[in-house]
Ligand binder design. Structure first.
Ligand code: OGA
Ligand code: NI
Length: 357
């Protein structure tokens, strides 16, 4: 088995406990009324209330009867498995680098500790328009293009079909979230006109040191919303808001795990991925991100004296670029996090959401 590179070892306080705490109650929400009813009909107040409670109390929930066809999910999962089963040399032909930021990658670090995983990233829009420089005054725009491997040949089609299907679900969820904040259902739609969303194929190989390493170290996702498909192995842990305990997000067949926001009205929640020594695991997050020129700041209708802004305004594109670049190497500083934009003295305030510049 050989020596394991200590770059993978978590600090003792961040190592996972191998005995699992079963998540009591990560909410499971049935969306069948959206998929079966006439689309012009407003969602029921019961559904909106369920979303509101889940976002507020957990920041994470699962959805079933979500409208994404099972075959679409099975196709991308199968293609992902075929892609990762290839020798490293093959996968490295579509390796991501500083110029081509999409494709295969096996040396991601989260908070400067190496993740026990390999990934393949693709954007939902091809090309995706992004800020070219992190410099605040530089307005230049760049294009990101997907890189597709020769094998398996159906990977591209499977990914594109999946991205379109999950995008629909993401838009529906944004409507429900808007309603849950007392806003018009379409309040967030414009932010996603030139979306920078991306899909990641994650592969977590079996790990000889699951008590020392993590598939992904603790982190918060940065976008508006993450829609995650996981296989039946399990490994995702969510930091429960009520007591800070790491709890296991049990796989539910054909459900999607929704991780809400990262700042703004509903606070996004830390999560991490455990690995195990026996079974490899596959997962596919869809990171639903706004256009690069979005200024992320509280929506004016949600800010008041009683609930002031919690974060400083920032440009989404510059944030995304900084994050992507910091992934290429182990930096001396912690990767850029949304919390770097926090207004510390207002940390207890709750309301706010995305606002289009
Ligand atoms: C991620 C992530 C969870 C998982 O890729 O950001 O949190 O279960 N993945 O793979
Ligand atoms: Ni994540």
């Amino acid at each position: 088995m050989g020596e394991v590179d200590p770059a993978y070892f978590q600090q003792p306080e961040h190592r996972p406990k191998l005995e699992i705490v079963q998540a009591q109650g990560i909410p499971l929400i049935d969306l069948s009324e959206l998929t079966s009813n006439d689309p012009s009909q407003q969602p029921s107040e019961t559904l909106v209330e369920e979303i509101r409670n889940a976002c507020r109390d957990w920041g994470f929930f699962q959805v079933v009867n979500h409208g994404v066809p099972l075959e679409t999910r099975q196709r991308i999962m199968a293609a992902s498995k075929e892609f990762f089963a290839q020798p490293l040399d093959e996968k490295r032909k579509v390796r991501r680098d500083e110029k081509r930021v999409l494709g295969y990658y096996d040396t991601e670090h989260t908070k400067n500790v190496r993740d026990w995983k390999e990934v393949f990233d693709l954007t939902v829009e091809d090309p995706t328009f992004v800020t070219a420089s992190y410099h605040p005054d530089d307005q230049e725009v760049d294009e990101w293009h997907n890189q597709w491997p020769d094998f398996p040949p159906h990977l591209r089609g499977a990914c594109e079909e999946y991205a379109r299907a999950v995008e629909k679900l993401a838009f529906k969820l944004m409507e429900l979230i808007a309603l849950s904040l007392g806003l018009r259902a379409d309040r967030f739609e414009d932010f996603f006109k030139d979306q920078t969303s991306f899909v990641r194929l994650n592969h977590y190989p079996p790990c000889p040191v699951p008590h020392l390493a993590l598939g992904v170290g603790r982190h918060k996702d940065a976008g508006a919303l993450t829609v995650l498909a996981q296989d039946d192995v399990g490994g995702l842990e969510v930091k429960r808001k009520s007591d800070g305990q790491w709890v296991w997000a049990s796989p539910t067949p054909d459900a999607y795990i929704i991780n809400v926001w990262s700042n703004e009205a509903y606070e996004s929640v830390e999560h991490r991925v455990m690995v195990n020594s026996e079974r490899e695991r596959f997962s596919i997050p869809f990171f639903f991100n706004p256009s690069h020129y979005t200024v992320v700041e509280p929506l004016e209708e949600l800010v008041s004296n009683e609930s002031p802004a919690k974060y400083k305004a920032y440009n989404w594109g510059k944030f995304l670029l900084t994050r992507k670049a910091s992934n290429f190497k182990k930096l001396d500083v912690e990767n850029i996090q949304i919390s770097h934009f926090r207004v510390p003295e207002l940390a207890d305030a709750l309301e706010g959401a995305l606002k289009l510049n």
